[in-house]
Design a protein around this ligand. Structure first.
Ligand code: NOJ
Length: 534
C-alpha cells in the first residue's frame, strides 16, 4: 500500500494550457470558445491530464488577446457566458479535471472603467489606482523605463498633462499595487472566481507588480546588441522583482489558503536564485508554483540540462514543490526549438522530472510554429517590433483535431492560419497510430499516473557523459524505482546500469518489456524509462 496520499492534486498531476482562442470553436466565428473547450474534455480525460489552465476569457478589447482585461468578473461574449463557464467547471470536475484561470493583475485594459475614471481628471478618486507622473523637468517621459512590447513605457495623456506607466501596450496601463484599494479590489476578483469553483490561478507577470517608488532610471544592459529585443537594452531592476512584491504574493496566498486545495501559480521569468524567492521563504508563504521556464530557455544539450536541473533542485526551499514548463503561448513551440525527434525526448523529460509538468496545447500532437503571412499577423508585439522573431502568432495557431477542412477547429475562417501539415498532424490520425507523438504523451501520462516514484518520488541524478542525460526516480520501499535515460544526440549512445530492469517505455514506443542488464543502449534521439528490479 502506498503512503503518499498527502500529496495534493497539483503536486501529483499534470497541467495542460489551453489558449482558448485557438482550441475549439463551437459557433464558427473562427475563434475558440468555452463550449468548444467543454466538447473536448473527454479528449483531455483520455489524454490523462489533471488540470487545465485557460488563458484569459474576460471581456477585453483584445489588443493583447485577452491580457488586456476590461472587466475582471465577466466572460467575453466571444468565449461564451458565465453560464457556459459554470458548465465548464461542472463538466471538468465531473471528469476529475481541475480548472485554472489566468489572473492579470499587473495591468488592466485602458477600457476598464477604473482606468476610464482614473484618466478623467487628476482629482478623480481612482487617479492613484494607476501610475501617473509629471513629465521630466525638461519635458518628455518621467524616466527611461521601457515597455516590454517596444518603445517607452510612458504614455502622455493630453487632457490631464501627465504620463501613465504601461509595462506592456499603451492600452494596458499598470495598476498601482501600492494603493491598498487596488489590492482589496483585486483580491476581491480572486475571491469571486474561487467562490465559483475555480481550482487555481496562473498569475500573469507576477514579478512586475511593484515598481520602484523613486522612479529611478533603469541601468543599461552592457550585453545588449543591435537586433536583440529592444526591451533588453536596460536591466529592469527598478521596474521588476522589487522586494515589496512578496507582500502582495503573501496576501494572495493567504486568500487561497481560505479555500481547499487551490493552486497559486506565478508567471515569473527570473534567474533561478531570484525565482525561488517567490515560494515565500522558509515558511513557503508565497506561490505554490513559481513557473520554472528553464526548459524553455535552455540550450538543448545534455550537460547543460543536467547542470540546470541539479541547480534548480538545490535552489528550491525545503518543502517547496518543483515544476517544469516546456512551452506556452509566448514561446516558440518545442518541435520548432529542438526538432521533431528531440521533441519526443523532451516530452519524456518533462513528464519524468520531479515536479508538476505544464504542457502547452498542441505539443502533444507535435504541432510546430506556423509561419504567418504578413497580412495575417495579429500579435501586437510583432507589429511593434517586426522581423526579429519575437511575434507569438506562430505558436498560437488553431488546434489540429482531424484531417477535415480547417482541421476540425472551426466551420468559419480561423483567426490565425492552420498549419499546412494538419492532414497528417492531428488528434484523430494520431490516436490511431500506436507510434505517434500523441500516443507517446498518452502513454507517458498513463505510466506516470499511479506510480508514486514518477509522480512524487525522489530525484537522483546519474553521472553520464556525452549526449546522455540520466536520473533515477525513487519511490518509497515496495514502490517501483525508475531509471530515465535520454539520448539528446543524433548518434546511438550507451550507458552502464547498476541494477537490472525492464524497459517500461521508449520514446520510439517499440521496446516495452525488453530486459536491461549492465548496459543500456539507446538509439539516436531516444529516451527510455526502465523499471528497475527483476
Ligand atoms: C504575459 C503573457 O503571457 C503574455 O501573453 C502577455 O502579452 C503579457 N504577459 C502581458 O499581459
Amino acid at each position: 500500500m502506498t503512503r503518499t496520499n498527502h500529496y495534493l492534486w497539483w503536486q501529483r498531476g499534470t497541467i495542460y494550457q489551453v489558449y482558448p482562442r485557438s482550441y475549439q470553436d463551437s459557433n464558427d466565428d473562427g475563434v475558440g470558445d468555452l463550449p468548444g473547450i467543454v466538447s473536448r474534455l473527454d479528449y483531455l480525460r483520455w489524454l490523462g491530464i489533471d488540470g487545465v489552465w485557460i488563458s484569459p476569457i474576460y471581456p477585453s478589447p483584445m489588443k493583447d488577446f485577452g491580457y488586456d482585461v476590461a472587466d475582471y468578473e465577466a466572460i467575453h461574449p466571444l468565449f461564451g457566458t458565465l453560464q457556459d463557464f459554470d458548465r465548464l467547471i461542472a463538466e471538468a470536475h465531473a471528469r476529475d479535471i481541475k480548472v485554472i484561470l489566468d489572473f492579470v493583475p499587473n495591468h488592466s485594459s485602458d477600457q476598464h472603467r477604473w482606468f476610464v475614471e482614473s484618466r478623467s481628471s487628476r482629482t478623480n478618486p481612482k487617479r492613484d489606482w494607476y501610475i501617473w507622473r509629471d513629465p521630466a523637468p525638461g519635458g518628455g517621459p518621467p524616466n527611461n523605463w521601457l515597455s516590454c512590447f517596444g518603445g517607452s513605457a510612458w504614455e502622455f495623456d493630453t487632457r490631464t498633462g501627465q504620463y501613465y506607466y504601461h509595462a506592456f501596450l499603451k492600452e494596458q496601463p499598470d495598476l498601482n499595487w501600492r494603493n491598498p484599494n487596488v489590492v482589496e479590489a483585486m483580491l476581491g476578483v480572486l475571491r469571486f472566481w474561487l467562490d465559483r469553483g475555480v481550482d487555481g490561478f496562473r498569475v500573469d507577470v507576477l514579478w512586475h507588480l511593484i515598481k520602484d517608488d523613486r522612479f529611478i532610471d533603469n541601468p543599461p544592459n552592457e550585453a545588449w546588441r543591435e537586433g536583440m529585443d529592444p526591451y533588453q537594452q536596460l536591466v529592469p531592476v527598478h521596474t521588476t522583482d522589487r522586494p515589496e512584491v512578496h507582500d502582495i504574493v503573501h496576501r494572495m496566498r493567504r486568500l487561497f489558503d481560505e479555500f481547499d486545495d487551490r493552486v497559486l501559480i506565478g508567471e515569473i521569468y527570473l534567474p533561478v536564485e531570484r525565482l525561488v524567492q517567490y515560494y515565500g521563504g522558509a515558511d513557503l508563504a508565497g506561490a505554490h508554483l513559481p513557473f520554472n521556464f528553464q526548459l524553455i530557455n535552455a540550450s538543448w544539450d545534455a550537460r547543460h540540462l543536467a547542470k540546470m536541473i541539479f541547480e534548480y533542485e538545490n535552489a528550491i526551499p525545503q518543502g517547496g514543490w518543483p515544476n517544469w514548463v516546456l512551452g506556452n503561448h509566448d514561446q516558440h513551440r518545442i518541435v520548432t526549438r529542438v526538432g521533431p525527434a528531440q521533441a519526443r525526448v523532451a516530452a519524456m523529460l518533462l513528464l519524468t522530472l520531479r515536479g508538476t509538468p505544464t504542457m502547452y496545447y498542441g505539443d502533444e500532437i507535435g504541432m510546430h510554429d506556423v509561419p504567418i503571412p504578413r497580412e495575417r499577423i495579429q500579435d501586437p508585439f510583432e507589429k511593434n517590433v517586426p522581423g526579429r522573431g519575437l511575434g507569438r502568432d506562430p505558436e498560437r495557431t488553431p488546434m489540429q483535431w482531424c484531417a477535415r477542412e480547417k482541421a476540425g477547429f472551426t466551420g468559419g475562417e480561423p483567426w490565425l492560419p492552420i498549419a499546412d501539415d494538419y492532414r497528417e498532424v492531428n488528434v484523430e490520425m494520431e490516436r490511431d497510430d500506436p507510434c505517434s507523438m500523441l500516443a507517446l504523451y498518452q502513454r507517458l501520462l498513463s505510466l506516470r499516473r499511479g506510480e508514486p516514484a514518477l509522480e512524487v518520488g525522489r530525484f537522483e541524478p546519474l553521472d553520464t557523459d556525452g549526449d546522455m542525460l540520466a536520473y533515477i526516480r525513487r519511490g518509497r520501499e515496495a514502490e517501483s524505482t525508475f531509471l530515465i535515460a535520454l539520448n539528446l544526440g543524433a548518434r546511438p549512445q550507451g550507458m552502464r546500469v547498476d541494477e537490472p530492469g525492464a524497459i517500461a517505455l521508449s520514446t520510439h514506443l517499440d521496446r516495452a518489456g525488453e530486459r536491461v542488464d549492465q548496459t543500456l543502449e539507446l538509439r539516436a534521439d531516444e529516451g527510455v524509462i526502465v523499471r528497475i528490479g527483476r
